[in-house]
Write a protein that binds this ligand. Structure first.
Ligand SMILES: NC(=O)c1ccc[n+]([C@@H]2O[C@H](COP(=O)([O-])OP(=O)(O)OC[C@H]3O[C@@H](n4cnc5c(N)ncnc54)[C@H](OP(=O)(O)O)[C@@H]3O)[C@@H](O)[C@H]2O)c1
Length: 231
């Protein structure tokens, strides 16, 4: 049985991906700060027969990250780490001239520092897995210059670069940065509350992530909508 650690799994993409992996027989270690929603997800996924450890906590807490990996070790190891939990830096997003530096620090801490910290904690088990895989959930804001998305985009660009270097340093693993594309989630609503453009459900892009896991292409950066479309 394969074991995945997924951060930010109580809502949105993390929840949808956790559901898809549970349906495929994966055991899961899940986190989010809010305990109630996380517990509900765990109960739902246990119906698939999956073993689920739902640990409430903040990914920026090193002790919490160690607890996540320890829970996975009790399930037998770590085959997949998905760094999905994310901070925007300002809600709603603001232009750089008004971005609180504390917000930028928080985005970097959650999106970059914590993601690397979790991988560092899990690396011995990932290397031992045989199918060790790291997925860092990125954004098109990492690659494109959209007004107001500068702080968040800079953090995702930093995450992309860590992933690129990690892929070189760990040739025995698969290390992918994945841009999921726009999705109708709470994060998106918090970022741009006045934008009522219709967006896909996170479940619609999960097949792109599953395709990566099935085909195991080389480490690098991928976009989920293109993978879903077969490109
Ligand atoms: N939605 C989009 O259009 C879009 C586009 C491009 C990229 N993305 C990326 O996709 C990923 C998933 O986003 P989403 O849209 O699915 O967001 P979401 O629906 O708001 O879900 C975010 C999840 O992360 C958890 N979380 C947030 N901060 C956390 C922290 N510090 N520690 C632990 N858990 C935390 C949240 O639960 P709690 O609040 O209870 O902690 C929740 O479970 C993110 O990396 C985001 O940057 C999203």
């Amino acid at each position: 049985m394969s074991v995945a650690v997924i951060t930010g799994a109580s809502k949105g993409l993390g929840r949808a991906l956790a559901g898809a992996l549970a349906a495929r027989g994966w055991d899961l270690v899940l986190d989010a700060r809010g305990a109630g929603a996380l517990r509900e997800v765990a109960e739902e996924l246990e119906k698939y027969g999956a073993r689920v450890a739902a640990l409430p906590g903040d990914v920026t807490d090193a002790g919490h990250r160690a607890d996540l990996v320890a829970a996975a070790a009790r399930f037998g190891g770590v085959d997949l780490v998905v760094s999905n939990a994310s901070a925007l830096g300002a809600e709603p997003l603001v232009r750089l001239d008004a971005l609180p530096l504390e917000g930028l620090r928080r985005a970097l801490e959650v999106n970059v520092v914590a993601a690397l910290g979790l991988v560092q904690e899990a690396l011995p088990l990932l290397r031992a897995s045989g199918i060790g895989t790291v997925i860092a959930v990125s954004s098109d804001a990492a690659a494109e210059a959209y007004e107001t998305w500068g702080g968040y985009g800079a953090s995702k660009a930093a995450l992309d670069h860590l992933v690129a270097v990690l892929g070189e340093e760990e040739p025995g693993l698969r290390v992918w940065a994945v841009d999921p594309g726009d999705m109708a989630t709470e994060l998106c609503a918090a970022a741009v509350p006045d934008d009522e453009e219709p967006r896909p459900d996170p479940a619609d892009v999960v097949p792109g992530f599953l395709r990566l896991l099935d085909e195991r292409p080389v480490s690098g950066r991928y976009t989920a909508p293109a993978l879903v479309e077969g490109r």
